[in-house]
Every structure is written in structure tokens, then in C-alpha cells.
Design a protein around this ligand. Structure first.
Ligand code: SME
Length: 172
């Protein structure tokens, strides 16, 4: 599968309705799982997921990974979008909150999240999903949008299940 993902073309930056977004993600998931079948290298998986989720989730302005590189430090990994912060401490931002709590962070309005790190000041909403493999927090999947309220709980649940499966046997 070298052509990427087969989905209806939608312009970058478009915010579809929540039900259209979930339907599009559900259509993409089997293709994403097929593309990653048998791959164990964490960076290869992260790079491919960043690319395919960027194609699928047209509302994103940043889509990618922060990897755990020390006990309480994340460093930027493969991503699509404008330049991101290089390092994030577990004590800071939405990504830090996700790493610390190991729970999905769904932030419909980042201006109401006191600790949000503004790498790109166009960011209005954010979704961060923990990547846990073999009991350890290995990374977070960070999705940002220039739209308010651009992510839904159903999208978060689908992504959480995807990363749990895809990274289960990965070598970090
Ligand atoms: N907004 C994130 C930082 C990461 S970048 O925006 C890519 C946060 O508050 O954790």
C-alpha cells in the first residue's frame, strides 16, 4: 500500500461535523491497520500514523507524537504541521497532563486550559491520547486544531483503541 489512504478528498483545515468525522475515521481505520500490519518499529509506526491521521483528520493543524525520553520528559517525534515545541516536561501543558495522568485530554477550548503551551497561537482545541505499551507510558499522540471544539469523545475513543493495538508489541 504505497498510495496512502483512500478517502474522499477534503480540503486541509476543513472542520466536518462530528458524525462526518467519526465516519471518515472509521473508514480510514482498517486501511491504517493494514498499512501498519506487522510493523514493530515505534518510529516507523509513529511517522506513518502521523501521515495517515493527518490525511484523515482534516481539522488538524498539528498531528503527531511526543515521545517519552526520560522519566518526566517528552521530546517531539514524527509529526505533520507547523513546527512544534521540542521538549515538554510532564508538569506542563495538555501533553504533560496526558503523560502524567495517562488519560485522554480532550480540550474543546485551549484558552480555558490554564496551562496550555502555545507552540502555535492559532491552536483553538486539542486532543491528546496516551500511548501505553506493556504497562509503560511511551509517548502521547497530540492533535491540534485551529477550530474550537474540533474533536469529539468518539474520535478520542477510536484513536485510543488504535494506538493501544498498534503499539502493543512495538520496540521503543
Ligand atoms: N499544545 C501542546 C503543546 C504541543 S504543540 O502545540 C504541538 C500542549 O499544551 O501540550
Amino acid at each position: 500500500m504505497s498510495e496512502g489512504i483512500l478517502l474522499k478528498p477534503v480540503a486541509r483545515g476543513t472542520l466536518l461535523t462530528a458524525s462526518e468525522r467519526v465516519a471518515r475515521l472509521e473508514e480510514a481505520l482498517p486501511q491504517i491497520r493494514a498499512a501498519l500490519e506487522g510493523e514493530r518499529d515505534a518510529v516507523a509506526i509513529q511517522a506513518t500514523l502521523a501521515c495517515l491521521l493527518w490525511e484523515t483528520m482534516t481539522q488538524t493543524s498539528w498531528c503527531g507524537f511526543y515521545r517519552r525520553v526520560a522519566d518526566r520528559t517528552l521530546a517531539v517525534g514524527p509529526y505533520q504541521g507547523t513546527m512544534g515545541c521540542l521538549r515538554i516536561d510532564f508538569d506542563r501543558g495538555v501533553c504533560g497532563a496526558c503523560a502524567r495522568t495517562r488519560e485522554v485530554q480532550l480540550v474543546p477550548d485551549v484558552s480555558k486550559f490554564p496551562d496550555h503551551i502555545a507552540c502555535d497561537d492559532r491552536t483553538r482545541s486539542e486532543l491528546v491520547v496516551p500511548v501505553i505499551a506493556r504497562g509503560e507510558l511511551r509517548a502521547v499522540l497530540d492533535l491540534d486544531s485551529a477550530h474550537l471544539d474540533a474533536f469529539d469523545r468518539a474520535e478520542a475513543d477510536l484513536l485510543q483503541r488504535l494506538v493501544a493495538d498498534i503499539f502493543a508489541e512495538a520496540s521503543f
